[in-house]
Design a binder for this molecule. Structure first.
Ligand SMILES: *Cc1c(COP(=O)(O)O)cnc(C)c1O
Length: 434
């Protein structure tokens, strides 16, 4: 028997069910490898943030979906219908959001390295906010906004100097990060003064994002603490009134049984309680809060279905089960050694006594989906295998390495199922070849 880590999963008749639906049926209807996402779970996750932010921070607070976690047109339609704005980190994400009819004023453009073309395009599309990451960007925004004859709204990304003790690749709040302006070195104050001098930039406030896969409110309380101190300093120094304070994203999800459950509402309540107290202490008018969840909106709303192709037993060494996908659709183990729960979806009630590495079809030894997986010893070619909690940073990180077409995304919604992203064809693979 396998471990079920999310409430949208069940085992019935020796089979894995996701979003109330038979994974065998979905796999036979749409073929594998396949991303399956559950719209009901996505919407429930959105509502947790939107409702808790409004309840505890007031009606001007907003949840923004960090769309790099999972970006395609249907996702933007879902989150905007749930009253969320979105972060975009490239013109590709911006373009996708616009094509999904998202109000551009609800979009926040991040990235530590925006080109002039990126900046001019975003301004021409009437984007709501830039999140300024460096002085070159500030000058370019000022220039292109001036060219268009507007004042462009912006936030400044601050690195509050908080160590989240998560793994290095996602620890973005430390002073030596490639992102943002540290407070400690005086860079945060300097850029604030500069932004206030730029005629075509309307500084609205500050942003920070300190890490990912975080499990308690402590990190958000510490960043709010540091950021509000900074807000107060900028008020004293420049008379600047911060209207918006964006506390970033980063709440964690359950990839494996040992990951804790997290109560988002209670976490937001704790952060808000601190926030109000701190603003009162500093005699600040409370800046309107933004939060930017990515992973925690979509991760548990997705699974990936694969078919086993080969079982390789190297006696006295190790065993491999190779599936019809791999690092092209989920590079996260290869990149970070990320943990996932794996289930033999078509043999879900069988005893799992066959220890193996779950590997992909890509020509690369590092093409591993997960090490140390326990599957039923009867596992064989044709069996259905599910990797759980793949809704975040899988589709959005997919590649065409080995010229393997990208997987489709099938969305479930109660008894309905529909294609949100089509499977790539062989012709898609060569469409730009001349
Ligand atoms: C990636 C990112 C997020 C989202 O982080 P999650 O861990 O997916 O919630 C939010 N804000 C910024 C600026 C980011 O870069």
């Amino acid at each position: 028997m396998s471990n079920l880590i999310c409430s949208n999963l069940e085992i019935k008749n020796n089979e894995l069910y996701f979003g109330g639906r038979s994974t065998k049926e979905i796999a036979s209807k749409y073929k594998t490898p396949l991303y399956v996402m559950d719209e009901v779970t996505i919407r429930a996750n959105c509502r947790k943030y939107v409702n808790s932010l409004n309840k505890y921070f007031g009606s001007s607070a907003k949840a923004l979906f960090a769309s790099k976690a999972c970006s395609f047109k249907r996702m933007y339609e879902i989150i905007s219908s749930e009253n969320m704005g979105a972060d975009v980190v490239s013109v590709g994400e911006l373009y996708t959001a616009l094509k999904a009819n998202v109000n551009p004023q609800e979009l926040y453009f991040h990235s530590n390295s925006k080109t002039d073309e990126d900046i001019e395009y975003a301004i021409s599309q009437n984007i709501g906010y830039f999140v300024i990451d460096n002085i070159e960007e500030l000058d370019a925004i000022n220039f292109f906004a001036g060219k268009k004859g507007i004042k462009q709204k912006a936030l400044i990304r601050i690195t509050p100097g908080i160590d989240t003790h998560t793994y290095e690749a996602v620890n973005t709040g430390k002073v030596d990060s490639k992102f943002g302006f540290p407070i400690e070195t005086g860079a945060g104050e300097f850029i604030t003064g500069e932004a206030l001098k730029r005629e075509n930039v309307e500084l609205k406030g500050f942003h920070c994002h300190v890490g990912s896969q975080l499990f308690d409110s402590d990190v958000f309380v510490r960043s709010a603490d540091t950021m509000l101190e900074f807000v107060a300093e900028m008020k004293n120094k420049f008379g600047f009134v911060t209207e918006i304070l964006d506390l970033g994203g980063g709440y964690g999800v359950r990839y494996v049984e040992s990951d804790p459950y997290i109560d988002i509402e209670d976490n937001i309540r704790q952060v808000a309680e601190f926030y109000k107290k701190k603003c009162a202490e500093l005699e600040l008018q409370e800046p309107s809060v933004r939060m930017e969840p990515g992973r925690s909106i979509v991760a548990d709303a997705g699974i990936t279905l694969y078919t086993a192709n080969t079982v390789k037993i190297i006696d006295g060494y190790k065993n491999y089960v190779a599936v019809d996908g791999g690092m092209g659709d989920n590079p996260r183990f290869a990149l970070y050694g990320s943990e996932y729960t794996v289930i033999a979806a078509s043999k879900a009630e069988e005893k799992c006594d066959f220890n193996c590495s779950l590997v992909g079809r890509f020509c690369e030894s590092g093409d591993i989906l997960q090490e140390n997986v326990n599957l039923p010893s009867s596992i064989k070619r044709g069996d259905l295998i599910a990797v759980l909690t793949t809704g975040a940073y899988n589709y959005s990180m997919a590649s065409n390495y080995n010229r393997i077409p990208k997987l489709p995304v099938v969305m479930l919604n109660g008894n309905e199922d529909y294609i949100a992203v089509k499977r790539e064809t062989l012709d898609d693979i060569i469409r730009n070849d001349v």
